[in-house]
Ligand binder design. Structure first.
Ligand SMILES: [Zn+2]
Length: 182
């Protein structure tokens, strides 16, 4: 039987974080006193669990009541801040199989043009279609592809259309489309 508290508790918890139930490597694990020792909590197995380091850091010197508040606010499966961070990182990275924007492609040209317009972007669908056509022709591309590019923008949800109104959620990564707005 492992004798060090962290090994013993990790074993007892089936190798999972006490709170979020994710598989926990010893290097990411730390001892969490449910009732903090500064609040009179005991330093024994009754009061100690093993959890993700980052969660332990979040709990810091909170009282047990405050910790429960944090946990209950999660609603549903409890997620560590560590998982939230990983999820954000995963969302920011293009998923596998997603083709990066090819520099100079009609789509890249239009995205870069729209980004440079910032708040001056068209908010009406018909105006946007014209902007796309002009942006393509400005780069000596075929303006008749404007509808196709608009469809791509919509399918990627970079452009969302509500009736005649348009809103933008353009990708953040830099696209070198070689555009010179003049
Ligand atoms: Zn955890």
């Amino acid at each position: 039987m492992p004798t060090k508290p962290i090994d013993r508790l990790l074993f007892a918890q089936g190798g999972e974080c006490f709170f979020c139930k994710q598989v926990l490597q010893k290097s990411d694990a730390s001892l969490e006193h449910l009732v903090a020792q500064t609040h009179g909590g005991k330093d024994n197995d009754e009061n100690v669990v093993v959890c993700c380091k980052i969660l332990n850091a979040l709990f810091g010197r909170m009282s047990l009541k405050e910790k429960l508040e944090v946990i209950l606010k999660q609603r549903g499966a409890f997620g560590c801040p560590a998982q939230a961070r990983a999820a954000i990182a995963a969302a920011a990275t293009p998923s596998q199989g997603e083709v990066p924007l090819k520099a100079g492609s009609p789509l890249a040209v239009v995205v870069e043009n729209l980004k440079k317009r910032g708040n001056a972007r068209q908010t009406r669908l018909d105006k946007l279609a014209n902007t796309i056509k002009t942006a393509l022709e400005h780069q000596k591309l075929d303006g008749s592809q404007a509808d196709k590019v608009l469809a791509q923008l919509r399918s990627k949800q970079w452009v969302q259309v509500d009736g005649e109104k348009v809103s933008y959620h353009l990708p953040v990564e830099k696209v070198d489309a070689g555009i010179h707005l003049s």
